[in-house]
Design a protein around this ligand. Structure first.
Ligand code: LER
Ligand code: MN
Length: 286
């Protein structure tokens, strides 16, 4: 497992769960100074900055690009890939596909979170899921051209009525034979929707490709009431080797949130018993 921290460059996003909001050169420098392995980028659109500039920043600071978010398409333009009108769905897909191409040039997967939208009023959930699946298929095919997976994120009931739980999302992938799509376990959403976090993580198993590492109140892990150790142990059990990305509120301030995230992971590493011969990406230096 590797660690990542979120960076937002979307000016109208003032209350979102993003830790670093300074211009990219300083945000990358901060992420590296805290000791993260990578950064997750939340950008206004795919043309905000060139992939060459981002790759140069990543190389200069020894950071990976863990993932690229697409939520700005919803936040700034109200776009969703399950909108009732076909032209709105196409506009949403164009936004996400451009972000996939941008992320691909960074060797990073792109996330579909809030841009999945909601099942349109007067439409059955089945029809909404069909729209979601057909959008996911096009995104996954585009991501495959870049040799990266596409990430789908179930959200809590206040943000979508499509998939709220990991098992529902896994069923959607299986039912539509959606290859090259992995699931994002956002522990904040899961705290609202899943009866038990470690059980849900184990059940998602092979589908899991990204984690938003947040406590129950969406603050840094350890500032809420999640039992982080049990979820981390479940992730280790399923041999999860992706990122634990801090998509959290910058509270009480960005530095404290960043440090607490790493502290929670390091304390677990220090106390958890490793199985003999177990290979773990995260070292005690992380
Ligand atoms: C995006 O990753 C997410 O978790 C949503 O709640 C949008 O904020
Ligand atoms: Mn999330």
């Amino acid at each position: 497992m590797k660690t990542a921290i979120t960076i937002s460059q979307v000016p109208i996003d003032t209350a979102g769960p993003f830790v670093l909001r300074t211009p990219l050169p300083t945000a990358f420098a901060s992420a590296a100074a805290f000791g993260f392995d990578g950064v997750e980028l939340f950008l206004p659109d795919a043309d905000f900055i060139s992939s060459e500039e981002v790759n140069a920043l990543a190389a200069a600071h020894g950071l990976a690009i863990a993932a690229v978010g697409t939520g700005a398409g919803m936040l700034r333009h109200g776009l969703s890939i399950t909108a009732a009108a076909a032209e709105k769905r196409e506009a949403a897909l164009a936004f996400v596909l451009a972000m996939i191409d941008f992320g691909g040039r960074l060797h990073a997967p792109t996330i579909l979170g809030s841009m999945q939208g909601r099942c349109p009023a007067g439409t059955s959930r089945e029809a909404g899921l069909e729209l979601l699946a057909s959008g996911l298929r096009r995104c996954a095919e585009r991501a495959a051209r870049h040799g990266v997976p596409f990430i789908y994120e179930p959200l809590n009931r206040y943000e979508t009525n499509l998939c709220n739980r990991l098992t529902e999302a896994a069923r959607l992938l299986d039912h539509h034979a959606l290859g090259n799509v992995v699931l994002l376990a956002d522990l904040f959403h899961m705290n609202i929707e899943e009866p038990d976090l470690p059980t849900a993580i184990r059940a998602a198993g092979k589908h899991l490709g990204h984690v938003h590492f947040a406590d129950s109140n969406r603050q840094a892990m350890g500032f809420g009431h999640t039992d982080a150790g049990k979820s981390l142990a479940a992730l280790r059990e399923i041999h999860y080797s992706g990122f634990l990305s801090a998509e959290i509120l910058p509270l009480p301030d960005p530095a404290a949130a960043a440090r607490q995230t790493l502290l929670s992971i390091r304390s677990w590493l220090a106390t958890s018993r490793r199985k003999p011969g177990h290979r773990e990406g995260l070292t005690d230096n992380n």
